[in-house]
Design a protein around this ligand. Structure first.
Ligand code: ADP
Ligand code: ADP
Length: 229
């Protein structure tokens, strides 16, 4: 079984009279194996966020079939959503809570029973144990990004998705973030990231799909893809 299986996924925005139709995804097939690190690589406007937003249940696909960890997103949306931890693109977080409070609020939103919460353990895995009770506004940019990852992991999903995780992040912080994400991968979490940097995809991902103008133009193990460029 796949972590994510998408077949013939289409998305058309607009076209309702108010705005012209825009075909953001034109029938994409994407298969992500369990336990892998998968990169969705493509330029701005290619359709990467649209794909991620469909998985997340934030955008409704126009056609096609998608299953997440074996759950069809139409028939079992809650189970599909529960299998995903999503790290959003922008840092947009409640700054008046401490990281630990933020984790507990997120756990509540996901309905994680108190007895099963591992907030402190997850914060520790992301190197934030010393900041658990600090105010979020006191955290550095790198720490805030790691806190976003921690929050995405609050319900212990098998898949972690990062949408352009290093956009606007300097090389030092990028390496640091990846160290932590790779640790989660070693613990068995399937990682999916979107990026428009070939080097980033090449360095981290075992498999890469290249998407352009809403179409998957290549989907291969990284070495194979690189050798064919
Ligand atoms: P990427 O994440 O690869 O940059 P997006 O999925 O954000 O690409 O966008 C794909 C295309 O769909 C772009 O042309 C974008 O302008 C368009 N698009 C994205 N979201 C919307 C929306 N809500 N309404 C209309 N067009 C959109
Ligand atoms: P990305 O950085 O992924 O390319 P954008 O900056 O293009 O995303 O868009 C940010 C958000 O704005 C997207 O999530 C999308 O929903 C919305 N959006 C993008 N393009 C359009 C558009 N042409 N019309 C309406 N909304 C759009």
């Amino acid at each position: 079984d796949y972590a994510i299986a998408a077949r013939g996924v289409r998305k058309t925005y607009g076209g309702n009279g108010k705005s012209p139709a825009k075909e953001a995804l034109k029938g994409v097939d994407i298969f992500v194996k369990r336990g892998t690190i998968f990169g969705l690589l493509g330029p701005n406007g290619a359709g990467k966020s649209t794909f991620i937003n469909i998985l997340a249940g934030l955008v409704r696909k126009s056609a096609g079939e998608v299953s997440v960890w074996g759950f069809d997103i139409d028939r079992n949306p809650r189970q599909a959503r529960a299998a995903l931890g999503i790290v959003p693109q922008e840092i947009n977080m409640e700054v008046f809570f401490t990281p630990l409070e933020g984790m507990e609020i997120q756990a509540g939103l996901y309905g994680v029973p108190k007895s099963q919460r591992r907030s402190m353990e997850i914060l520790t895995a992301l190197g934030l144990e010393d900041k658990a009770n600090a105010y979020v506004r006191m955290l550095s940019g790198g720490m805030k990004r790691r806190l976003l990852v921690a929050k995405a992991m609050v319900h212990s999903p098998p898949i972690l998705i990062l949408d352009e995780p290093t956009a606007g992040v300097d090389i030092e912080l990028r390496k640091q973030l990846w160290e932590y994400v790779l640790k989660l991968h070693e613990q068995g979490v399937t990682i999916v990231l979107t990026t428009h940097y070939l080097e980033e995809a090449q360095e981290l991902c075992k498999e890469i799909a290249i998407i352009n103008h809403g179409e998957v133009v290549a989907c291969e193990p990284t070495e194979k893809l690189i050798s064919s460029l």
